[in-house]
Design a protein around this ligand. Structure first.
Ligand code: FAD
Length: 458
């Protein structure tokens, strides 16, 4: 990038120390966790921004975007860079807009809605909410590091989803404020159904500057690890707890052996050869859960009050997409898929996959409430990677037998499985980013010429 742009951005930010050009820093802030995927690693290694700008306010963002629009400079938003699909990796250089310093929790409203800036870390929001009797409805296992803006732009759900659904469900995201990429960037307010224009759009159609996030009344939680002799018995038990509304739970995760052998810091709680279930359950129901485990021939290998994110062990650190990280630490050839099973035929779907792929696919099940209120089995299976052809074969076979796959090995919104079929994210991009400068290359159905001809409709 021309040095005159860097100087100009320094002036616009009002503080040159928030315009970073050190090559190591720029490189670090241009990367995320795309290396989970051997396919994306090949595509994204070496992709960098030219400069990092760290705004403090929506007004500053408007100034930066006005300048970038006028000079056709791409802008890629960044929260904490924990995304898995190269979402925050700039494909065409330009400005990395690092929102980490916009980290103010503005209010926890009496009706249980948090109002905050995008750079607030989810863990800080959870801690703050609990002080007034609320907690997050759902959060990714990266809660300690990940930002609220990055979660609503690139995440989907996680711990808590078994009870409250994912981010898109049950009006969890109440409203969003976004800055547009236009000659005169506007500050737009999206609420109700209109939040879906912006949700999970990877920062391709606006920069989120304020979020209204619905919370849920806080519960005193306990953590519990349970071992079963077989995967079948563990799946039955986990499903029973996950689907019965009377159990107050935040997490029900089933890991078939040998996945628990990858969890080195808590290996003492993982008996050789057994399938484990990790629970977060209301403390008031812990004794009842333990009794139910014993009646089903399971063994409790660890249990205790959950004191918060400083818990040791922190069981959520092994669940959702943290499981893949532990597998990769054990053998770098592991990668993963993101699957949704049919609750009525899940066992048959699993056995078909096992028959075809043997130990190349290891099941790590997560239960989640869908938008219709039904708790269904999902999985982030750990997959032993050999070739791209073999991985694609597995994805195709899953789809053939009715297993939904949100493919984590593609670097665009449409390919990942959470693109809205009614095109609202694309329509918002056409309105808010006519030159296609926001995170370019990540919304592949967008062409700047398409703003007039052949435009899709809702
Ligand atoms: P980033 O990675 O910085 O950004 C994500 C996307 O949002 C990018 O496209 C970026 O451009 C865009 N963006 C960021 N801020 C803004 C903004 N203010 N305006 C517009 N666009 C913006 N995800 C889950 O959903 N559930 C899980 O349980 C989960 N577990 C994970 C476990 C591990 C070990 C890892 C590495 C990842 C996991 N993820 C999970 C993915 C990721 O951690 C989450 O999606 C997280 O919420 C992303 O937040 P972030 O702040 O790191 O976002």
């Amino acid at each position: 990038m021309d040095s005159k742009h860097i100087a100009a951005l320094g002036l616009l930010a009002g503080d040159p120390s928030r315009v970073l050009t050190n090559p190591q820093v720029v490189e670090q802030l241009s990367r995320d966790f795309y290396w989970y995927s051997p396919v994306l690693r090949k595509q994204l290694d070496g992709k960098l921004g030219d400069v990092v700008v760290q705004p403090l306010s929506a007004e500053e963002i408007q100034k930066v975007l006005r300048y970038c629009y006028g000079n056709s400079i791409p802008v890629t938003a960044r929260g904490a860079g924990t995304g898995n699909y190269g979402q925050a990796v700039p494909l065409e250089g330009g400005v990395v807009l690092d929102l980490a310093r916009m980290d103010r929790i503005e209010q926890i409203q009496p009706d249980g809605v948090a109002v905050c800036q995008p750079g607030v870390r989810l863990g800080d929001l959870e801690n703050e909410a609990r002080k007034s009797g609320w907690e997050l409805r759902c959060y990714p296992s990266t809660i300690i590091k990940a930002s609220v803006g990055g979660f609503v732009s690139g995440g989907s759900g996680g711990i808590g989803t078994v009870a409250h659904g994912g981010l898109r469900d049950f009006q969890t995201v109440r409203a969003l404020e976004v800055v547009t990429m236009e000659p005169e960037p506007r500050l737009m307010h999206h609420e109700g159904e209109a939040v879906h224009d912006i949700l999970h759009a990877w920062g391709t159609n606006g920069i989120i500057t304020r979020i209204w996030l619905a919370l849920t009344p806080a519960v005193e939680w306990s953590q519990c690890i349970v071992a079963f002799n077989t995967f079948a018995a563990a799946l039955d038990f986990g499903e029973k707890i996950a689907t019965a509304p009377a159990w107050i739970k935040r997490l029900v995760t089933v890991f078939e052996w040998p996945i628990p052998s990858f969890f080195t810091p808590i290996r003492q709680h993982a008996p050789e050869g057994k399938t484990l279930i990790f629970f977060m359950i209301a403390s008031s129901q812990l004794a009842e859960l333990e009794a139910a485990v014993r009646r089903s021939a399971g063994v409790v290998t660890h249990s205790g009050i959950y004191p918060g994110l400083n818990a040791r062990p922190l069981l959520s650190d092994y669940t959702w997409n943290h499981t893949t990280l532990w597998a990769m630490r054990s053998d770098g050839a592991y990668t993963y898929l993101q699957c949704g099973f049919n609750p009525d035929t899940v066992r048959d779907q699993i056995s078909q996959l096992r028959e075809r792929y043997g130990q190349e696919i290891l099941f790590h099940m997560e239960f989640m409430k869908n938008g219709e209120g039904r708790v269904v089995p999902g999985a982030i299976p750990v997959v032993y990677f050999t070739t791209e052809e073999r991985l694609n074969d597995m994805i195709e076979f899953c789809r053939k037998i009715g297993v939904f796959v949100a493919n984590p090995h593609v670097n665009n919104v449409e390919g990942g499985g959470r693109y809205r079929p009614d095109n609202v994210q694309l329509l918002a991009k056409m309105r808010y980013d006519p030159k296609g400068l926001l995170n370019p290359g990540k919304m592949v159905t967008f062409h700047s010429e398409s703003t007039t001809a052949g435009a899709p409709t809702k």
